[in-house]
Design a protein around this ligand. Structure first.
Ligand code: ADP
Length: 334
């Protein structure tokens, strides 16, 4: 089952890769970050030097990896991709750092999940372009300093606040990505449809966009699923009728809640009487990892006004009860 999952994930990644915008001009929305980034990049190229390290923060699927690729491309620099969880030991990071080419862009996804020793090595490398490579073990171990060529680290994190400040302070620029409007997502969908050579009616594009939770990754994924449906059950063209029917089949409701979102508010209402309940208890109740509930599900539900955070835990709002078609008990309506 894990193999099937891994294969499905690889297919999704490949499909996603094909739809990535290649330059800042193709990148939809995020006007402020785009403007800031292009200033940083233009200034660096005018000086003929690598730009300062950059941190991109924001929920998953909003374009952080895409921006890192665009940064490397605009700089005409090679790109190395790794992630916090992939770097288990400081030695893994030393191997990556010591093989960087001059000017290379090093993208570190989920940088807040780096282990402490790797994190310390990284901020020294970012600050002084130097790493200490430890040779030998125990009392005989020696640290050999190694000079690194100038490089640009691009870190991505779901929340900049998760980074310890010594690391955060090494970034000369931080760009915050926000959720996209439905109009922007409709643009993403139209662009992707063009790439995939499928016809999408504008009202269908808008309907898919408004159920995509402000997230381009979800917009593209829903588009592919709706396309499957339209190809199998219809002519292949995406009309409002085929879009609505497909979204019903995939259990994506009008507000863009999927099964997991509904499972969370439903557990909150039916198992915990509307809360307050701790995040990890809630995650266990729906059989998901706490981090997934915290970074993927919760920000969306909070934004939709369906879930509230209180010092004593998560609570269902009256709108959550209403969305599930349940009557709110009197105390949760305050
Ligand atoms: P993140 O790294 O933040 O999780 P990605 O950069 O992997 O997100 O983006 C996910 C998908 O969404 C990519 O396939 C990309 O094509 C698409 N995407 C993200 N941002 C945009 C955007 N601004 N315009 C068009 N497509 C986008």
């Amino acid at each position: 089952r894990d193999l099937v999952r891994a294969e499905a994930a690889a297919l999704e990644r490949a499909a996603e890769g094909a739809l990535r915008p290649k330059d800042l001009g193709e990148f939809v929305g995020q006007t402020r970050v785009r403007e800031q980034l292009s200033l940083v990049l233009d200034a660096a190229s005018a000086r003929g030097r690598s730009p300062e390290h950059m941190l991109l923060s924001g929920p998953p699927g909003l374009g952080k990896t895409t921006l890192a690729m665009i940064i490397a491309r605009e700089l005409g620099a090679p790109l190395r991709i790794t992630s916090g969880p992939a770097v288990q030991h400081a030695g893994d990071l030393a191997a990556i750092l010591s093989s960087l080419e001059e000017g290379e862009v090093l993208f570190i996804d989920e940088i807040h999940r780096l282990a402490r020793p790797a994190e310390e090595m990284l901020y020294m490398a970012m600050e002084d372009f130097r790493v200490d490579v430890v040779v030998g073990k125990g009392v005989g171990a020696t640290a050999i300093p190694l000079e690194l060529p100038p490089f640009t680290a691009v870190g991505a994190t779901t929340r900049a606040g998760l980074l310890p400040s010594p690391l955060r302070d090494r970034f000369g620029f931080t760009g915050h990505l926000d959720f996209y409007s439905a109009a922007e997502l409709a643009q993403v969908i139209e662009r992707s449809a063009g790439r995939l050579e499928i016809a999408v009616d504008p009202d269908a594009a808008h309907e898919i966009a408004s159920r995509s939770r402000g997230t381009p990754r979800i917009a593209n994924r829903l588009l592919r699923r709706v396309r499957d449906f339209a190809e199998v059950r219809g002519t292949g063209d995406i009309t409002i009728d085929s879009a609505l029917e497909a979204l019903r089949v995939y259990e994506v409701d009008q507000r863009g809640l999927d099964r997991l979102d509904r499972a969370v508010i439903s557990a909150l209402c039916t198992k915990f009487g509307g809360g307050p309940v701790g995040l990890s208890t809630l995650a266990i109740a729906v059989g998901e990892e706490t981090e997934t509930v915290e970074t993927v599900v919760e920000p969306f539900l909070v934004r939709e006004g369906l879930l509230g955070r209180t010092p004593r835990g998560r609570i269902a709002t009256p709108a959550a009860w209403e969305h599930l078609g349940l009557a709110a008990p009197p105390q949760s309506a305050q």
